[in-house]
Design a protein around this ligand. Sequence first.
Ligand SMILES: Cc1cc2nc3c(=O)[nH]c(=O)nc-3n(C[C@H](O)[C@H](O)[C@H](O)COP(=O)(O)OP(=O)(O)OC[C@H]3O[C@@H](n4cnc5c(N)ncnc54)[C@H](O)[C@@H]3O)c2cc1C
Ligand code: SF4
Length: 525
Amino acid sequence: MAADKRYDVIIIGTGAGGGTLAYHLAPSGKRILLLERGGYLPREKDNWDARAVFVESKYRANETWLDKDGNAFHPGVQYYVGGNTKVYGAALLRFREKDFGEVGHHGGVSPAWPMSYSDFEPYYTKAERLYHVHGQRGTDPTEGPASAPYSYPPVSHEPRIQELCDDFRRLGHHPFPLPLGILLDEEEGKALHNSACVRCPAFDGFPCLVNGKADAQVICVDPALEHSNVELLTGAYVERLETSPSGREVTNVVVRRKGAVEEYSADIVVVACGAINSAALLLRSANGKHPGGLANSSDVVGRHYMRHNCSAFMAISKDPNPTVFQKTLALNDFYFRSGDWEYPLGEIQMLGKTDGEMLKGEAPGWAIWKPEFVLDFMAEHSIDFWLQSEDLPHPGNRVTVNPDGQIVLSIQENNLEGHKRLKAKLEAMLTEIGLHDVLMPRSLYLGKNIPIGGTAHQAGTVRFGRDPKTSALDVNCKAHDLDNLYVVDASFFVSIAAVNPSLTIMANALRVGDHLLDRLGATGS
Ligand SMILES: Cc1cc2nc3c(=O)[nH]c(=O)nc-3n(C[C@H](O)[C@H](O)[C@H](O)COP(=O)(O)OP(=O)(O)OC[C@H]3O[C@@H](n4cnc5c(N)ncnc54)[C@H](O)[C@@H]3O)c2cc1C
Ligand code: SF4
C-alpha cells in the first residue's frame, strides 16, 4: 500500500464517539485519518424550518432498513460530520452510580458493567467541560459524586417552566436544571451579544444554523482538523474491513468514495459508526478467520440492541405556553423507584417546544383527522415532556445484514411496566398542580411511543466486558479477537440506564483515547 494511504490511526465515523476521540488524539502528532460517509450538514435557513426538518425529514439519511418481518422503514439516523449530534437535544447527563452495577427491574435484570462509576468519573468531568455542559451540581438527588463543579451555569428557565418547577417543588419533588451542551452565554434569560446560541425554539431535533449547539463537529472535529496530522475524507463509506491471514489484525479499510473503491491502512483502526452501523460493518466484514463477522467469536455482535423506552408527551393547556426554549428542566425522583413501587421507572425531561409542523411531521394516529389549525392550536398550548425508561439488553434484539447488504433490525419491546407507571406519575403530578383546570375539555394528555424507526439512542450491539465469551470488546474497547481493532461509539454499552447516552459515549472516547495515547507512546488533548 502506498505510504500516503498508511496512517497511525484510522477513525471511522465522526459522531459523539469518533469525533471526541479524534479531538483527544489530534495533538499527539500521529497521522490520523477520519473516514465519514456523510458530508458537512449544509448551513441554510431550512436548518430551523420545522416543516423541512420534521415533515420532509430533509436531514435524515435516505436509507431504508427492514424490521424482523421484512417491512421497510425509514430510520431516524443522520449521516454528517458530527454524526447524530448535529441534531441531538444535547441533554448531557452522567449515568447514575448504581447504573454501573446490576439493577433489578420489573422486566428483568439490567446487567453490571465491567467498570464502575469511579472509573468513568474523571472522564465525565472532562467531557462536560469539553462539550460546554451547563448545569448545577447538588440539585439532582440521584447524581453521583463529581470531582468538579460544572464549568457553565445552568440554562435559565423561562417563566412558564420556572412556574412548573416551583409547582413540582411544592409537591415535594426535586426538579433540577437539565444539563445541556450548548454554547450559550446569557444574562436574565437573554443571550448575550457574543453568545453563539441565541436561545431560539429550534433546539431539539434541529441542526443549529449558527453553530450554537455543542455538537461533535463544532466542538471536536473542526478543532482536530486544525492539526496538520489529522485528515478527514467525507463521502467515504467504509464497506468492509479486511484482516491479515491470521485474522489478528485489520490490514485494509475498504472505502467506497465517489463511486470508486479505495483502500487505507493503519496501525490502529477505530470503528465509530453508531451502534447499528458499527455492528453492520463488523458483520459485513466476515471472512474465513471470522466467519460470524469480525470480532464476533462470542456471537454478541449485533445483539443486545437497546434504544430506551421513550414517549413524547404533551399536556395541552387552555392558556398558551409562550416558552421559546423549553428544554431546561428534568426530574429523576422516580429513577430507581417510587413510593408505591420497588422497581425503576425512569426520567422525566422537558422537550424542545413542539410546533404545529412537528405534529404534522410525526403524523400520530390521532392527527390524521385533525385539521391543521387544530394541530397549530394544540402546539401553541402544549407543555412538552420526554419520558425515558430503561429497556433491557436481550440477545434477540439485534442488528443483522441480509444478503443484499441491507440492515435488518429485530426488536421485541421489553420492561414496559416502569415506563407506563412513569407516565401515570407525570399525569398525577400535572393534575395535582392544577393543570387540569386549564386543560382543554377531557383533560387531554397525548402520549406517543417511539416506533422502530426511533433509533436515536441506539446502543449495546458490540458490548464490552472482561469475558471474551460474552463480550466482543475488552475494557479498553479493543476487540478481544483482534490486536488493532477498537469500537468507540454507543455500541460498547452493557446497559443503557435511563439517561441520554451521549455524555457516556464522549467520556468513554476520552478514556479509550488515553489508552491509545499510552499505546502509541504519545500525549493528547
Ligand atoms: C433527534 C435526536 C435527538 C437526540 N438527543 C439527544 C440528547 O439530548 N442527549 C443525548 O445524549 N443524546 C441524544 N441523541 C443521541 C445522540 O445523538 C447519539 O447517542 C450519539 O450521536 C451517538 O454517538 P455515536 O458516536 O455512537 O454515533 P453517531 O453520532 O451517530 O456517529 C456515527 C458516525 O458514523 C458515520 N458512519 C456510519 N456508518 C459509516 C460507514 N460505514 N462508513 C463511514 N462512516 C459511517 C455516520 O455518518 C456518523 O457520522 C439524540 C439523537 C437524535 C437523532
Ligand atoms: S437554541 Fe441555540 S443551539 Fe439551539 S438551535 Fe437555537 S441558537 Fe442553536
